[in-house]
Structure formats: structure tokens, C-alpha cells
Design a protein around this ligand. Structure first.
Ligand SMILES: [Zn+2]
Length: 417
């Protein structure tokens, strides 16, 4: 009995810390007039609701409401003449879906990851170092820096040598903690590139790759242990007299920072931070991109969800001068992706297709680092289903189809002057 009490005392704070989502619902809404769009923007700026994806004009947006908010939300939407439909009736039910017990994915005795479940930070780091140990001629791993809580932010270089002047591709994932499919898909692609090198050597022979598969490790771990739908990093905002934790790292990059589509409220999911590059993680990623920027032709930052292949700019509806080239390459990549399972992506400027977001990493990569083909990729799914709670049996299909798109990017990058 005494043992039980002790066990309970130890476990209780752990259980108590886990956010439950019983009765939370997600509503899909679409703004079809400017007035409706404005009403959604105001609702988002209030910081009361968790918007799962970016507001867009004539594009669906998903809003989560706690049980005691549902009446207010639906009243507000009705009053604003915004059509809505319930998309998820109980968020906790999706979180509780049983994990896959089958090991169907690629696996190795050297690491835990199998891509039929979502894995933790330690497993991703182990995978990276084991790959480097097994394929030292192709893979090297380094720490690009540390997160706020002191986790190493790993950078994988995949290259078969040369004098460091080959055209390069830089890929990162997991800047938003809850988008678990992003690091899962990117590690799948890393595995394919390296372990199946013999089947397609040109993808490493002709270009150098830099991968940061998990750039918000503190948030990612927190989304596994405490709050499944955590988005931001984990640095407390006590410097701005707020008890709320975290900055949206993808609003914290220093190119037209704080010019719309972000929030100065530390409790908002899109809080842009007290200044550009105020956060350890965004600084580390900035410096890693910068170090190879002169030969990097494509930067791809992988997110979920909505199935979009987005180009800069986020801060303005104006298009980059070379938008047509950016669009053409994206279209070729998306065509290859769609050819696998028919998964449809929309292509275009983030601001034109959706709504402004200033301070995202791809704007900085293009505007400051000068990387011509900079994209934000929003992976599966696209209503009416799971959003961030994408079942793990979609990891491998997502990996397979996204790899086809990455091949197209690599083939083109290899040919660029
Ligand atoms: Zn995201």
C-alpha cells in the first residue's frame, strides 16, 4: 500500500501536467467576403482560440474551441455570416487513437525509427548519428547550436565530398512543434537518400544537402509529453511581463519582421517575439542557413498541414521578381508528388493564396540569404480529416510522395549555374 501511495505521488504530477482535449472541437470556416475575413482576423487576434492553420480568403481555416467556448464561437460565426462546419467532434479521441503496433516501415538494427509511428527527439538524434556512423562517406552530423532548454539542434550534411562548391539544398522541419508529420517525412527522405544511395546516386553526387530535421526540439518534446497541440518554442515571456510561454519561431525571422500576420501578444499562437531573432532556435537556424547560403539554390521548410507549396513573400502580396521561375519549379515538383497517390497541392505565394505572415523563415532565406528557390511546404492532410493529428500510417506515404518532389528539386538545383 505504501508503495502504491509513493507511486501515485510520483505519477500524479506527471499525469496532471498532460493537457486533455476532451470535448474540444474543431470547426472549419471559410471567409468569402472581406467582412468575413476581417471578422476572422479579429477573432484570431483576440488570442482566445487556437487557429490550426492560416486564415485565407476563400480558403478553409480550422479553429479549435474548448467545450466552454463552442457556444461563443458558433454564435460569433453566425453573427458574422461565416459558414462553418464541425470537422472534429472530440479532439481527445483522435489523440487517443491507438498507435500502430505493426512495424511495416523501413528499419535498421542500429536505430529505433521505423516511420510507422511518430518518434521522439532522442530517436531522431540517434537516427542521425547512426546514419553518419554507418555511412561516414556520405553523412556528417554536427550540432548547429542549442535550443532554449539546451537540446542540441542537429545539422546533417549529406554529400559525397568535393570541394564544397556544389549547388546545395537546405531543408528544415519541425519549427512548429505540433506538426509531427514534418520531421517524420524529412527523416524518411534522409533515409531514402542515404540508405538507397546505390539506386539513385545522382541525388547526392550532384548536389550537397543540409538537413535540420527538428528545429524546435523543446516544443516538439513538450507536444509529446504535455500539450499535444503546442506550436511555439518554450522560452517563457517574462521579459514582457507575461506568464505565457513561447514565441512563434516562424514569425521571428528578421526580414520585414512584425509587418502583419503576427501578434505582439505573448499569449497568441503567432507571437513574433520581442524582436527579430530574439529566440535561440531562430538564431541557430539563421546561422546554419547563412553558412552555406552562397551555394544554396533551394531552401525548403517543411510544415503541416493543408497541402500547399508556398513561395515568399509572407509580408506582402507583391510577388518576387523571379516568381515565375519559383512557380515553375514548384509546379514540376508538385506534379511528381501528385503522380504517386493523387495528393493535390496548391502552389502560390503564401500571402496571395492565404493571408500575410511576416517573419517566416522562407522570407528571410530569400530576402536576406538570397536563396532563390525558397519554399514553405505544408504537408498532408487537407480536410475533412485529421489536421495535426494525422495518423502515423500516413507517414510513409507522405515520405514516398514528398521524396518524388524533392528529387525534382535536386535535379533542377544540380543544373543551376
Ligand atoms: Zn507550421
Amino acid at each position: 500500500m505504501k508503495k502504491l501511495v509513493v507511486l501515485f505521488a510520483i505519477l500524479c504530477p506527471i499525469f496532471a501536467a498532460v493537457q486533455q482535449y476532451d470535448g474540444y472541437q474543431v470547426y472549419e470556416v471559410t471567409a468569402k467576403t472581406m467582412e468575413q475575413l476581417q471578422a476572422l482576423i479579429e477573432l484570431e487576434q483576440s488570442g482566445s482560440y487556437d487557429f490550426w492553420n492560416r486564415i485565407g480568403f476563400n480558403a478553409p481555416t480550422d479553429i479549435m474551441a474548448a467545450p466552454d467556448q463552442i457556444q461563443h464561437l458558433t454564435d460569433y460565426l453566425s453573427k458574422s455570416n461565416i459558414e462553418y462546419r464541425m470537422k472534429i467532434s472530440n479532439v481527445q479521441q483522435l489523440i487517443d487513437l491507438p498507435k500502430s503496433s505493426e512495424k511495416l516501415g523501413p528499419h535498421s538494427p542500429r536505430y529505433n525509427m521505423t516511420w510507422d509511428n511518430y518518434y521522439r527527439y532522442d530517436d531522431i538524434v540517434e537516427f542521425a548519428y547512426e546514419l553518419a556512423a554507418t555511412y561516414p562517406q556520405l553523412v556528417s552530423v554536427s550540432s548547429a547550436g542549442q535550443s532554449y532548454e539546451g537540446r542540441e539542434m542537429i545539422l546533417m550534411k549529406i554529400s559525397n565530398g568535393g570541394d564544397g562548391t556544389k549547388n546545395a539544398i537546405f531543408v528544415d522541419a519541425g519549427i512548429h512543434a505540433r506538426e509531427w508529420i514534418a520531421p517524420a517525412t524529412v527523416t524518411y527522405i534522409i533515409r531514402e537518400l542515404v540508405e538507397n544511395y546505390a539506386a539513385h546516386p545522382q541525388y547526392i553526387d550532384d548536389v550537397d544537402w543540409f538537413f535540420m530535421p527538428l528545429i524546435n526540439p523543446d516544443g516538439y518534446e513538450f507536444s509529446h509529453t504535455n500539450v499535444r497541440l503546442w506550436r511555439k518554442n518554450r522560452r517563457p515571456n517574462d521579459d514582457v511581463n507575461s506568464t505565457c510561454v513561447g514565441t512563434d519561431l516562424n514569425r521571428n525571422f528578421g526580414y520585414h519582421w512584425n509587418e502583419g500576420g503576427s501578434s505582439d501578444n505573448p499569449c497568441n499562437e503567432m507571437y513574433h517575439g520581442p524582436e527579430a531573432f530574439s529566440e535561440a532556435e531562430s538564431k541557430v537556424v539563421r546561422d546554419a542557413i547563412w553558412a552555406e547560403a552562397n551555394r544554396t539554390k533551394s531552401y525548403m521548410t517543411v510544415h503541416s498541414y493543408g497541402q500547399y507549396w508556398l513561395t515568399p513573400w509572407g509580408y506582402t502580396a507583391e510577388l518576387p521578381d523571379d516568381y515565375d521561375q519559383m512557380y515553375a519549379l514548384a509546379a514540376e515538383a508538385v506534379a511528381a508528388l501528385t503522380a504517386v497517390y493523387g495528393t493535390q497541392y496548391e502552389i502560390g505565394s503564401g500571402t496571395v493564396l492565404l493571408y500575410p505572415n511576416s517573419g517566416p523563415s522562407d522570407d528571410w532565406a530569400k530576402g536576406v540569404a538570397g536563396i532563390p528557390y525558397s519554399y514553405t511546404i505544408e504537408l498532408r492532410d487537407k480536410g475533412p480529416v485529421y489536421g495535426f493529428l494525422l495518423p502515423p500510417d500516413q507517414i510513409i506515404p507522405s515520405g514516398i510522395e514528398t521524396w518524388e518532389a524533392f528529387k525534382v528539386i535536386a535535379e533542377n538545383v544540380a543544373k543551376m549555374p
